[in-house]
Design a protein around this ligand. Structure first.
Ligand code: SF4
Length: 287
């Protein structure tokens, strides 16, 4: 599966993506959609061939449901599997390997103690991974560091582990993509439609009340962080983080997550230096 910002860029071209329950698809057929459902049957029964070109990806909210009907449906449409219990859902991942013949598959993993086990299994099964959660405690930061080293240094890791992958690319390419965008929680890119049809902020911002101007929320937050005297204003990662780890609790200490981002940035800079030296002027590429 492509890195999320590239996936979004391919699909939306500055258009909002709507994360909708499959039961409401009839009202969103003019939109770019993320379709969510408990199992594959609901997707196959409700999504028609004309919808396929407008689907960014589908989310299966439970790993216990039926899966086989997706194998010959919607060739190439990315599928995201939502893990809610890392122990219970770990063995269920094997059921989804046949999908890889016809779909990119990503596993969404919550940041809870021991999350690294399911990440490693997912990667070994050739699934991409997305890590979910914003204010990890010290033990989770340690586990994140271990998984970041696994992502950076294990040659068998061929699929992206987000948010590491897109952040690493942002450091390498020196482009200003933010964690809010990488994690699909930037309301100027993604909106969440509740099961009752209400439009809400995405991801961890779901409880934030906004009037009409969803996009202004992120701009206001960025201006506020830059102006105030807090940890973010002096942070070397502000351009990419934009206060992501200060949500929802401003008092959260970012020492651990800054060290994590530094690990990714150092690896990206090392790769830049290697590539630059390889292609330095006058250097013969012949052995
Ligand atoms: S890492 Fe923490 S201090 Fe730095 S920008 Fe992000 S939330 Fe703010």
């Amino acid at each position: 599966m492509k890195p999320v910002p590239e996936m979004i860029a391919d699909n939306v071209m500055n258009t909002i993506i709507y994360n909708i329950p499959v039961s409401l698809i009839a009202g969103f057929r003019e939109r770019i959609m993320i379709i969510r459902a408990d199992d594959a049957t609901a997707i196959v029964e409700n999504v028609n061939d004309q919808d396929l070109g407008r689907i960014s990806f589908i989310k299966l909210l439970s790993l216990k449901g039926e899966v086989s009907s997706l194998i010959n449906w919607g060739q190439g449409i990315p599928v995201e599997l939502i893990v809610s219990d890392t122990n219970r859902d770990l063995p269920l991942l094997y059921r989804y390997t046949p999908l890889l013949a016809s779909h990119p598959v990503r596993v969404s993993v919550p940041l809870v103690a021991g999350f690294g086990n399911i990440v490693k299994l997912a990667v070994s099964l050739n699934f991409a991974v997305k890590l979910e959660g914003g204010q990890p405690d010290a033990s989770l930061v340690d586990e994140l560091q271990r998984i970041a080293h696994f992502y950076l240094h294990q040659t068998m890791v061929s699929e992206p582990i987000e948010f590491f992958h897109s952040l690493f690319l942002a450091f390498y390419r020196r482009n200003p993509v933010t964690l809010w965008a990488i994690q699909e929680e930037d309301p100027s890119l993604v909106r969440y439609i509740t099961d009752s049809g209400e439009e809400r902020m995405p991801g961890r911002l779901a409880g934030v009340e906004v009037n009409e101007n969803f996009s202004a929320f992120m701009l206001d937050m960025q201006k506020g962080l830059a102006a105030e005297e807090g940890e973010c204003a002096k942070c070397e990662f502000l351009i990419h983080c934009q206060g992501y780890f200060k949500w929802p609790h401003r008092e959260y200490s970012c020492d651990g997550v800054r060290a994590l981002m530094n690990t990714l940035r150092s690896a990206a800079e090392e790769l830049r230096a290697d590539v630059a030296s390889f292609y330095s002027p006058g250097k013969s590429l012949r052995p």
